[in-house]
Design a protein around this ligand. Structure first.
Ligand code: DAH
Length: 341
C-alpha cells in the first residue's frame, strides 16, 4: 500500500515538474500552482488521503515524501517564475525599442570657395612656420596705403595701382585721401604701429583695383602679406622663409628663387618665383628688406631692427592649384563650374 502511495507521489510530482517547465507565461504557471495546491488534485489530494494509511510509520514516510515533493515543486515554480519574468522584460524591451533613424534626402554639403580654401591653407602653412595672422581695413587712408610705404604723392609707382577712391574726406584730410586698399601692404604699417618688434605676421585680405575683369584680372581680388621685424634679420632669412613656405605649401618637389626687382617699400627688392617639379618657373610675388623709411613710418628704429616683407595674390594660387582657365569663372557662381571641385 505504502509503495503505491510513494509511487503516486513521485509520479504526480514528476508530472507537475513537467507542467511547470512547459509554462510559457506567468498566468499558466499560476494555474498549475493553483491546481496542485487545491484539495482535489495533485499532491494536496494525496496528502489529505494519508490518514487512511493504517501504519503510523507509513503515514510518516508518505507525509515526508509529499512534503519533500511539494518543496521541490515550490522551488521549481520560483525558478520558472524568474525565467519568465526575465523573458517578459526582454520581450517588452524588444517591442518598445523605437527606430529613431529617419529617412532623409542625402544632404549636399557643398564646399568653401576656392579662394577661401587657398586662403585657409596659406594661413595654416604660415601659422605652422610661427607667424600670427593680422588684419587691416579694406577702406584705407592714402597715408597707410601709399605715403607710409614710401610712395609719396607723385611717386610713379602710385600710377600702377589703378586706385579706387572713396568719396569720404576724413577730418583734416583732403579729397582723395580715402581709398579702397590696393594691396595688403598697409597692414605692415598698422601692425608696426600697434605692436612692438619682434613681429612675425601674415595678413591675408581683399584688395581692390580699377581693372576691367578679364581672364587673369578682377577688380576685387585677394593678397597675402608677410612681415618679419626682428634683430639681425637679413636677406638670407627672407630666402629661407620663402623656400620653407614653398616646400610646405606646394610640396617637397618644389623650390624657389629670388630675382632682383623694385618696390618702393623694400630695399633691396626681389620677385620670387617657384620651380615646379617639371622644371618650369612660375612668378609668385614680390618681397624684399623693409625700407628704413617704412620702418620709421611704423615707429620702428631702423638702426636697431631690420625686417623683410613679401606679398602675393591668393586668387592666383587657387587658379594654379585647380587649373582654372579663366579667373572670372571663380566669381560667376555657375553651379556647373563650382560642382567640379
Ligand atoms: N604690395 C605689392 C603689390 O601689391 C606686393 C609686394 C611686393 C608686397 C613686395 C611686399 C613686398 O610686401 O615686399 O604688388
Amino acid at each position: 500500500m505504502i509503495d503505491e502511495v510513494l509511487a503516486e507521489v513521485s509520479a504526480t510530482a514528476d508530472a507537475a515538474m513537467a507542467e511547470i517547465a512547459d509554462c510559457m507565461d506567468v498566468a499558466s504557471l499560476d494555474a498549475v500552482v493553483a491546481r496542485h495546491r487545491s484539495k482535489k488534485g495533485g499532491l494536496s489530494a494525496i496528502k489529505s488521503r494519508l490518514g487512511g494509511l493504517a501504519e503510523v510509520d507509513d503515514r510518516k514516510r508518505a507525509g515526508a515524501a509529499v512534503n519533500e515533493a511539494m518543496g521541490r515543486l515550490d522551488a521549481a515554480v520560483e525558478q520558472r517564475r524568474e525565467v519568465l519574468a526575465d523573458a517578459a522584460i526582454s520581450a517588452r524591451i524588444a517591442s518598445e525599442t523605437m527606430d529613431l533613424t529617419e529617412w532623409r534626402r542625402p544632404t549636399h554639403r557643398g564646399h568653401l570657395h576656392l579662394v577661401t580654401q587657398a586662403w585657409e591653407r596659406l594661413e595654416d602653412v604660415f601659422v605652422g612656420l610661427g607667424f600670427t595672422v593680422a588684419e587691416g581695413p579694406e577702406v584705407e587712408t592714402d597715408w597707410h596705403n601709399f605715403e607710409a610705404l614710401n610712395m609719396s604723392e607723385g611717386h610713379p609707382a602710385r600710377g600702377e595701382f589703378d586706385t579706387l577712391f572713396v568719396d569720404h574726406v576724413p577730418p583734416g584730410g583732403t579729397v582723395g585721401s580715402t581709398v579702397l586698399r590696393t594691396h595688403t601692404s598697409p597692414v605692415q604699417i598698422r601692425t608696426m604701429l600697434e605692436s612692438a618688434p619682434p613681429i612675425y605676421v601674415i595678413a591675408p585680405g581683399r584688395v581692390f583695383r580699377r581693372d576691367t575683369p578679364d581672364a587673369t584680372h578682377m577688380p576685387v581680388f585677394h593678397q597675402i602679406e608677410g612681415l618679419v621685424i626682428d634683430r639681425g634679420i637679413s636677406m638670407a632669412d627672407l630666402a629661407g622663409t620663402i623656400e620653407a613656405f614653398t616646400k610646405a605649401f606646394f610640396g617637397a618637389g618644389f623650390s624657389s628663387r629670388l630675382r632682383p626687382s623694385y618696390f618702393p617699400f623694400t630695399e633691396p627688392s626681389a620677385e620670387f618665383d617657384i620651380r615646379r617639379p617639371d622644371g618650369s618657373w612660375l612668378e609668385l610675388g614680390g618681397c624684399g628688406m623693409v625700407h628704413p623709411e617704412v620702418l620709421r613710418a611704423g615707429g620702428i628704429d631702423p638702426e636697431e631692427w631690420s625686417g623683410f616683407a613679401f606679398g602675393f595674390g591668393i586668387d592666383r594660387m587657387a587658379v594654379m592649384r585647380h587649373s582654372v582657365a579663366d579667373i572670372r569663372d571663380m566669381y560667376s557662381n555657375d553651379i556647373r563650374f563650382i560642382e567640379q571641385f
